[in-house]
Design a protein. Structure first.
Length: 222
């Protein structure tokens, strides 16, 4: 078993309930939840233990097709009727034209945090996605777009990262304008995060998102 927990008065304690509620809808995508316990000032979740390693996002990695498969499976999951974050609302503060948030709207279930440490690659059970506290509903192509930024941070050129994302069928739903708006919004978001955090990964994501936004806006304006 794998147990994760937070103090019940922790600012992020609400993510425990979110993960517990969503788990029944994530068969084959996330480890199965065994139980949830609130006791002694703690909120605990017990999952089946997954014997795996973190995904390798580097160019040429054999894990990349596995992540494409995971993204494809997840893009087909409709967001359940639970209270969760909305992709358009999450990015609304980072777009110039409020009308552009329409590109992010949808009813697909999104993970949104494609950090390679959130993906476990197993020897016999494929891939599993963990850490669902920030699950969101929105357009099905968005998770593949979030992955693009991580791929660039791991050394892929923007067009190479997009070629991998394009293997996910839902990617074709995103037009040139949608990708430009999304990449620009995330460049602003990650720039903000990088200013607030000294962590190396935050800086790397800030740089990667800026590279992709420049590439996407050049494509849009060409």
């Amino acid at each position: 078993m794998f147990i994760k927990g937070l103090r019940s008065d922790h600012a992020q304690a609400w993510t425990q309930l979110r993960e517990a509620e969503l788990n029944a809808h994530l068969g084959g995508v996330a480890p199965q939840l065994r139980w949830r316990l609130e006791s002694g000032g703690w909120d605990l979740l017990c999952f089946e233990a997954v014997d795996g390693r973190h995904a390798d996002y580097q160019p040429g990695s054999g894990d990349l097709p596995l992540v494409v498969d995971l993204l494809t499976r997840l893009a087909g999951v409709t967001a359940p009727g639970l209270e969760m974050r909305d992709a358009a609302q999450r990015l609304a503060g980072y777009v110039d034209d409020p009308a552009d948030v329409r590109h992010f709207q949808g009813n697909a279930l999104l993970h949104t945090d494609w950090n390679n440490t959130n993906i476990l690659v197993t020897a016999d059970r494929g891939t599993r996605m963990v850490d669902w506290g920030w699950a969101t509903h929105g357009a099905a192509w968005l998770d593949a777009a979030y992955w693009v930024i991580w791929l660039i941070a791991f050394g892929h050129a923007p067009h190479e990262a997009e070629e991998l994302a394009a293997k996910v069928p839902a990617w074709s739903d995103a037009n040139v304008r949608a990708l430009a708006v999304f990449s620009t919004a995330n460049a602003r978001l990650w720039s903000e995060i990088a200013r607030q955090s000294p962590a190396r990964w935050a800086r790397a994501m800030g740089e990667a998102s800026a590279v992709w936004a420049a590439y996407r806006n050049a494509v849009q304006n060409s």
